[in-house]
Design a protein around this ligand. Structure first.
Ligand code: BG6
Length: 462
């Protein structure tokens, strides 16, 4: 068979998941509550079909079977997250021995199967007690996070070499403090800015702590969802709108994490509108000295932007949307099952931007995938025929391949996600996995894409 797209030797093939979305056992193993457990208790109807995070995909009890499946479908790497409220119930203080035992078993099982674990510390799951103290608005919570990170490095750093401080830190800012789709459902840009700032500081402090551990061959990174911003036209107003959207939604985390400083233009905008966060002495140096080694790029869809058609009412509360409007590009390709645009070249544009403007930092695609509603309609002879997912992945891989040929430092591809999982307020609405999960029985079945991916990984290309 001819391989048209061959990837560099040692390429990382795998998938990503997060603790709250797959573990289940939310009330077992002495786990503390996080904001998702709590939010579901008080507002179950905010969740698709009223399904909460209690059981999810039951990885907690089925991790051996799942890791065996990862092996079978060609994973050489796998990203998971630790649940902060499982490792340290309440967010501060003593570690929970049952959690240590569980994560040790998972890590050892992965290593025994030659699958390198990539471990992320925070994937949207703030311990409830810390949220009650103010969550990321509180500087004391930043310190609690650093203590948690240190415990994780100490407990698992002998075996885990790739660490990540945060997954998509902009999402809790958007969801929890701007657009009302995560707890605590605040809509207030000034508070959002403080949350974003503290998260960036928490990440830099965790990087600083990581360096002190001197983990042999260890690398620390961050996972960012980058949504390249494309202007409607080249007229100056559209270009400016697109640049500002990029500042708010990409560069607000990318620049401090990789370059160690915020873009001056973003600072100017926030300052002009009285939105600057509270900072502490020494923060600038902290950011500058603690940039990441490795960048995970989550890419799902682009952002299409045009100039604001009507000036914002100066009496309405400040929002990023004061500066731009979104628009739907005519003729765009869609994932009709999820309602998101598909633009495969976006992955190439992101990688070229990292090469040209971010020192060609070592990176990888840490999430990319296709959510599909009612996926059982594609079931035939006991297997979901997800040809659309195979096409989605391979078209993105072609662009990633081109970026690598042109000198980008991209080292791998992780699909979102290993198995169908519970996704925040969307619960089990959109299925993303290589492995289908029966929500009731928890039975696992490989989809067609899983067999295809095995081949891709085995041949290191397609
Ligand atoms: C990513 C997140 O942004 O999107 C995942 O890191 C999430 O946690 C995924 O599950 C898909 O989201 P959704 O809303 O389509 O289920």
């Amino acid at each position: 068979m001819t391989i048209n797209y061959k990837f560099p030797e040692g390429f990382w093939w795998g998938s990503a998941t997060s603790a709250t979305q797959i573990e289940g056992a939310a009330e077992e193993g002495a786990k503390g509550k996080n904001i998702w457990d709590y939010w579901y208790e008080v507002e179950p109807n905010r969740f698709f079909e009223d399904v909460g995070p209690k059981e999810t995909s039951d990885f907690y009890h089925r991790y051996q079977e799942d890791i065996q499946l990862m092996k079978e479908i060609g994973h050489n790497t796998y990203r998971m997250s630790i649940s902060w409220s499982r490792l340290i119930p309440g967010g501060r203080g003593e570690v929970n021995p049952e959690a240590v035992a569980f994560y040790n078993k998972v890590i050892d099982e992965l290593l025994a199967k030659d699958i390198e674990p990539f471990v992320n510390l925070f994937h949207f799951d703030m311990p409830l007690e810390l949220q009650e103290e103010g969550g990321w608005e509180s500087r004391a919570v930043v310190d609690a996070f650093v203590d948690y990170a240190k415990e994780a490095f100490r407990l698992f750093g002998d075996r885990v070499k790739k660490w990540f401080t945060f997954n998509e830190p902009i999402v809790p800012v958007e969801g929890g403090y701007l657009y009302d789709f995560h707890y605590p459902n605040v809509v207030d840009a000034k508070r959002a800015t403080q949350v974003a700032y503290h998260t960036a500081i928490a990440s830099a402090k965790a990087v600083e702590a990581f360096r002190e551990f001197e983990i042999k061959e260890g690398k620390i990174g961050i996972v960012l969802n980058l949504t390249p911003s494309y202007p409607r036209s080249n007229n100056p107003a559209d270009l400016r709108a697109s640049r500002i959207a990029d500042l708010f939604f990409n560069r607000s985390f990318l620049d401090p994490a990789v370059l160690g400083e915020y873009p001056q233009e973003l600072i100017n905008i926030l300052e002009e509108h009285g939105q600057l966060p509270v900072t502490e002495k020494g923060d600038k140096e902290l950011l500058k000295q603690n940039t990441v080694d490795l960048l995970g790029v989550n890419y799902y869809q682009p952002r299409r932007v045009k100039a604001k058609e009507h000036l914002p009412n100066p009496y309405s509360p400040f929002m990023p949307e004061w500066f731009f409007d979104h628009y739907e590009m005519p003729g765009r390709k869609m994932n009709v099952y999820r309602g998101w645009e598909i633009y495969e070249k976006g992955i190439y544009d992101i990688m070229m931007n990292l090469k040209e403007n971010y020192g060609n930092i070592e990176s990888f695609v840490s999430e990319n995938g296709m959510g599909v509603q009612d996926e059982h309609r594609f079931l035939k002879d006991g297997e979901i025929q997800d040809d659309y997912r195979i096409e989605f992945i391979s078209e993105h891989l072609k662009w990633l391949h081109k970026a690598i040929e042109e000198g980008c430092n991209a080292k791998g591809y992780h699909m979102w996600t290993f198995m169908d999982n519970w996704s925040w307020s969307n619960a089990y609405k959109n299925r993303y996995g290589f492995v289908s999960v029966d929500v009731k029985t928890k039975e696992r079945t490989l989809k067609k894409s899983a067999h295809w991916f095995k081949q891709v990984s085995n041949q290191n290309g397609f």
